[in-house]
Ligand binder design. Structure first.
Ligand code: ADE
Length: 235
């Protein structure tokens, strides 16, 4: 079993890479991939750069070129739900694209023909996450995460995303990873720690809490890797 662990920004993967053994790196399509071992399991780590296009490319490369069997995403998100505070972990049970709009043709927001508004994440990986959380005595919240090529720092946009998609958090890569993994029938998991509340202070809060929240997410992902075995990828 080869495990892909992906972030969007250097800060999101640094706490992962520093814990890997026997690391070798390679560059492919203008992006660096870190192959190594964690808890004696084979892992490949990369950050995509920000946004859906880069995220889709990196996810595809992790599955197709590096032959990973499962993909775990670690990073930060803006909170929509009131009960999500900075540093809280949120597991995506499904992902949607809040900026995908062909409503002019009578389709709902987030939908294109032959796609889905909301792509569910792997149930086995979510169950594992809750077992890990219980062991670590960490509160793990779960809900729909909305993705878009937009840093949201606007209460009105945030309210619209909440109303339209019933989302609890938003970020800029998760749904792109979901589309790719879903197409390749590869189990995937999206974890985010809250860095801001997608409000007027979001830019400042993001800069302040990016590193600390990214580390909270990365530490949890590593704990999940410790508990993973072949059964997690057998269908
Ligand atoms: N990632 C973290 N905070 C975000 C925000 N406010 N908007 C979009 N992506 C984010």
């Amino acid at each position: 079993m080869k495990i892909a662990i992906m972030g969007a920004m250097p800060e999101e993967i640094e706490p992962l890479i520093e814990n890997l053994d026997k690391v070798t790196t390679s560059v492919y399509a203008a992006n660096r991939y870190y192959e190594g071992r964690y808890d004696d399991k084979e892992v490949v780590v990369a950050y995509s750069k920000i946004g859906k296009v880069f995220a889709a490319m990196t996810a595809t490369i992790l599955l197709e070129r590096f032959d990973c069997d499962v993909l775990l995403f670690s990073g930060v998100a803006g909170a929509i739900a009131e009960d999500l505070k900075i540093g809280d972990l949120i597991v995506a049970d499904g992902l949607c694209q809040h900026d995908l709009d062909i409503t002019a043709f009578g389709h709902p927001y987030g939908y294109v023909p032959e796609g889905e508004v909301c792509i569910p994440t792997d149930a086995k990986l979510r169950t594992l996450a809750h077992q890990v959380a219980q062991k670590k005595k960490i509160v793990l919240k779960e809900g729909i995460i909305a993705t878009g090529d937009q840093f949201v720092a606007d209460p009105a946009r945030k309210a619209w995303v909440k109303e339209t998609f019933d989302a609890v958090a938003l970020e800029m890569e998760g749904a792109a990873v979901a589309v790719v993994c879903n197409a390749f029938e590869t189990p995937f998991f999206i974890l985010r720690a809250i860095s801001d509340a997608a409000d007027m202070d979001a830019g400042f809060d993001f800069d302040t809490f990016l590193a600390s929240s990214a580390k909270i997410s990365a530490d949890f992902i590593l704990s999940m890797v410790e508990e993973m075995d072949e059964a997690i990828v057998s269908r």
